[in-house]
Design a protein around this ligand. Structure first.
Ligand SMILES: *Cc1c(COP(=O)(O)O)cnc(C)c1O
Length: 836
């Protein structure tokens, strides 16, 4: 299927005559089998799943490496076309092989290449570890972007770090999260192509010297950044894109005299120090942990990537003057926000440009995506640390700031408060230390700054970036997130994909807007039945998985109510738990009433230092233990926590979900992308009016309006403006508890030790704040949430109506492909350098 859709960009092979292409693909198939056979023959365990995995990966990689070369040649020929460079500290890729086989259409060859006695392909694929080089939504967005880059044929590179240990593995012991290192590279990665010719020096510390009027940085420490490529295949095209990851290596070999004196450890200490840069992905994307190492990681990414883009540009064009016109450098959040300072340094100090031209080139190239409105998550670095590690960059930041503040004062004369608010330097009033504001640096240097959903982009310019928006209103835009339908529908849900192919044709893979054709058919009874059959099979598969992993039996006919995402207070998993407890209490108060059976499924990791989030995980386990073992409850309610949430686990859970929980406090979730994956897989959404939920509901209701005019989404809770108003008036959560007997009973049960073996203290730190500040307004939204859940039950009791609603939901999801998202970035951000 994927092979037949036409490539939408100048794919290298698409212009060849069909016969030549056909014989070429025949050769490719033969080559592929031969490569896999050779790789297998070279192993002593030729029949093991591991060996097969490795062999197939090597064969795929070889084929893709050829396509990579053709793609690069084609791009180099397309003079005058801008290349996009997407800098991100996180790429949450998941498994690669299944995706690659789908993209290159080699499933049959693989089956043929597997030796006698080897496990089935499906089992082989399960042996690939996830490349979990990201924490959550931000990293997964970057991975979906790479898929669209390749499939759209956009000349582009992703740039990241090659972490030895990705996101930690989550184990559960006695209901508590225990973190263990993720060893995804233990068996090596057959996917990577080390590029030994691409090595760049990256310095830290030292001093800045004056040489004939020219500033020059003399670092005290130097490492070498070595490129390791991860090839990302396009779908429906032979183009591939590249994730170039940097591996830090020591600049010098071991110290030989020291070694000969027998001091082995100190002879190699600098090797260890360099490699430490690649040891871990920091397990939290909102707090700068391990400060110095984290800052070094960020600079490693920025410096190596920019040197690489400059080297390529010089190879192709001979001089740096056209760099800004022909290169886009995009910052995925502020983690790579050192890029403008480093690009300025390279242009000024290494290439000898003057300030004005260097600045013009920099701001032509750079653009930035903001991912959160939470002020505490905005990255800043102490000036002292910045200066110690990057003295020349601090000089440059000061100079950027001096010029910028001159402009601010000229435009807002007399408004010193404004200048202080927008300055790149937080002067550390009230005895705090002076800090560099990375978001400010990113905004000042960028020609475009975007938020990731309509609501988030609006709030961004109304709140955290209001001052900058006053200076440059045109600079701020919205580009709503998406997900790739290849991984999240085609590969995750073959059953639904086949049903869609049969119903609306197979063009949705490359053009997701075609899903709207489902709108007119959503009411067909037969289609609804087939949809429910596919859903049930997916639920059975998940039920089997749950039994294998946890030993819990769940009924695949019960409503699968799912919340899977990072555990965070603003995402309000706790509100979900409160509803579960309320339902539990209602069931045991009246066991013989009609109850719509539910299985409530959670998955998600908590940052290792995030106490409240870890307590929520423990509470889920405690509630599950009590509910699941209560004979009065039986199949009416089950609670399940699946450990170690990951891309691969999401691919099993999403297709089986009936209900998607997207219940963040209005105004806190920038976009969400999990919400999109669920709806695409035919789950109905219960959600707040937040992030991309809003555009999803609008999309569904526009494409497939209901006769009664009500929304296709189960929407509840306070709106962003109401949240702000309640807080401004002095929110008192106790008032909500006092007037709601059900809510009071829920909290009393938790604090009374019903779920903690009689221990009243275990959840005090969770419940007390709800009664005092409740910053995420769980108490205010509880009643509406419980009411809304009743309407969910009522619809689920009518399978025909439920199926129709789910199909309407899918029909409205055509907008939420990263192909559309990337199209907007190209048009509004990356295509042409903005005039300033
Ligand atoms: C999509 C995805 C996320 C983001 O989920 P949200 O619900 O948008 O927070 C996080 N982790 C993984 C593994 C994902 O696939």
């Amino acid at each position: 299927m994927t092979k037949t859709s036409t490539a939408r960009a100048a794919a290298p092979a698409s212009s060849r005559p069909a016969a030549a292409a056909k014989s070429r693909s025949h050769d490719a198939a033969a080559d592929f089998r031969q490569l896999a056979a050779r790789a297998l023959a070279q192993r002593s365990d030729g029949h093991s799943a591991e060996a097969c995995l490795n062999a197939v990966a090597i064969a795929s990689r070889t084929l893709l490496a050829d396509r990579w070369a053709l793609t690069q040649q084609a791009d180099a020929r397309r003079k005058g076309v801008r290349r996009v460079h997407y800098l991100s500290m996180e790429f949450l890729m998941g498994r690669a092989l299944g995706n690659a086989l789908a993209a290159i259409g080699m499933h049959e060859q693989v089956e043929a290449a597997l030796p006698e006695g080897a496990p089935a392909l499906g089992e082989v694929l399960e042996h690939e570890p996830d490349a979990a080089l990201g924490n959550g939504g931000l990293g997964r967005l970057a991975a979906c972007f790479l898929d669209s880059f390749a499939s759209l044929g956009l000349p582009s590179f992703g740039y990241g770090l090659r972490y030895k240990h990705g996101m930690f593995a989550q184990h559960i012991q006695d209901g508590r999260q225990v973190e263990q290192p993720d060893e995804w590279l233990r068996h090596g990665s057959a996917w990577e192509l080390p590029r030994h010719e691409l090595r760049y020096p990256v310095g830290f510390g030292g001093t800045v010297v004056n040489e004939g009027g020219q500033r020059r940085w003399v670092p005290a420490q130097a490492v070498v950044a070595q490129a390791v490529d991860f090839i990302v295949p396009g779908h429906g095209t032979e183009r591939v894109s590249t994730l170039r990851q940097w591996q830090a290596e020591a600049a010098r070999p071991i110290d030989f005299p020291t070694f000969c004196r027998g001091e082995f450890a100190s002879a190699g200490a600098h090797l260890q120090e360099a490699e430490a840069l690649n040891w871990v992905l920091y397990p939290d994307d909102s707090t700068p942990a391990g400060r110095e190492l984290r800052l070094k990681q960020e600079f490693l990414l920025v410096s190596a990537s920019l040197q690489d883009t400059l080297a390529r540009h010089l190879r192709e064009f001979g001089d740096v003057h056209s760099y800004g016109r022909l290169n886009a450098v995009h910052l995925n959040d502020t983690h790579p926000a050192m890029a403008p300072a480093e690009l300025m340094r390279l242009l000024l100090d290494e290439h000898g440009l003057g300030w004005d031209e260097a600045w013009k080139i920099t701001s032509q190239a750079v653009s930035y995506t903001n991912h959160t409105l939470m002020p505490e998550a905005l990255e800043t670095w102490p000036v002292s640390l910045f200066e110690a590690l990057l003295p020349r960059h601090l000089e440059i930041v000061y100079e950027i700031n001096r010029r910028f503040l001159d402009e601010v004062r000229a435009r807002f004369p007399g408004d010193d408060a404004m200048a202080a608010r927008v300055s790149l330097i937080d002067e550390g009033a009230h005895g705090g230390e002076r800090r560099v504001r990375m978001a400010a640096l990113a905004i000042v240097a960028s020609h475009k700054v975007n938020g990731v959903s309509a609501l988030h982009s609006r709030l961004m310019v109304e709140t955290i970036f209001a001052d900058y928006a006053k200076l440059w209103p045109q600079r701020f835009i919205n580009v709503t997130n998406g997900v790739t339908p290849r991984r999240w529908l085609e590969q995750a849900n073959p059953g639904l994909s086949a049903l869609l192919d049969k119903t609306i044709g197979d063009g949705w893979r490359a053009d997701l807007s075609q899903l709207s054709e489902l709108g007119a058919k959503a009411g067909q009874k037969r289609l609804g039945q087939e949809f429910m059959k596919v859903k049930l099979a997916n639920k059975q598969r998940l039920a089997d998985h749950i039994r294998r992993e946890l030993g819990i039996n769940v009924d695949p006919h019960s409503l699968f109510d799912v919340q899977i995402k990072r555990i965070h207070e603003y995402k309000r998993q706790l509100l979900n738990v409160l509803h579960v407890v309320a339902r539990y209490q209602a069931i045991i108060a009246n066991p013989s009433a009609h109850w719509t059976p539910r299985t409530v499924i959670f998955a998600g990791k908590a940052a290792s230092a995030y106490r409240a989030a870890k307590l929520v995980i423990q509470l889920i386990h405690d509630v599950a233990r009590v509910v699941n073992s209560d004979p009065r409850v039986g199949d009416k309610l089950k609670v399940v926590f699946l450990p170690n949430y990951s891309v691969s686990l999401a691919q099993i859970i999403l297709p089986a979900a009936d209900l998607s929980e997207q219940i963040s406090t209005a105004g806190t979730e920038a976009s969400g992308t999990g919400n999109m994956k669920f709806a695409l897989n035919g789950a109905c959404t219960i959600g707040t009016w937040d992030g991309a939920n809003i555009e999803m509901a609008e999309g569904m209701d526009a494409v497939s309006p209901r006769k009664d005019g009500a929304s296709n989404m189960f929407v509840f809770g306070l709106l962003t403006e109401e949240v702000a108003r309640i807080k401004a008036l002095g929110y008192d959560p106790r008032l909500y508890v006092e007037e709601n007997r059900q809510l009071k009973a829920v909290l009393d049960a938790i604090t009374g030790g019903v779920f903690s073996w009689g221990d009243p203290d275990r959840y005090r730190a969770l419940v007390q704040p709800l009664l005092q500040h409740d910053p995420y307004l769980l108490m205010a939204d509880f009643a509406a949430y419980v009411e809304c859940q009743k309407t969910v039950d009522a619809l689920y009791d009518e399978p025909t109506a439920w199926a129709e609603r789910a199909l309407r939901n899918i029909a409205g999801m055509g907008f939420f492909s990263t192909d559309r998202t990337i199209g907007e970035y190209v048009q509004q951000v990356w295509a042409a350098p903005a005039k300033r």
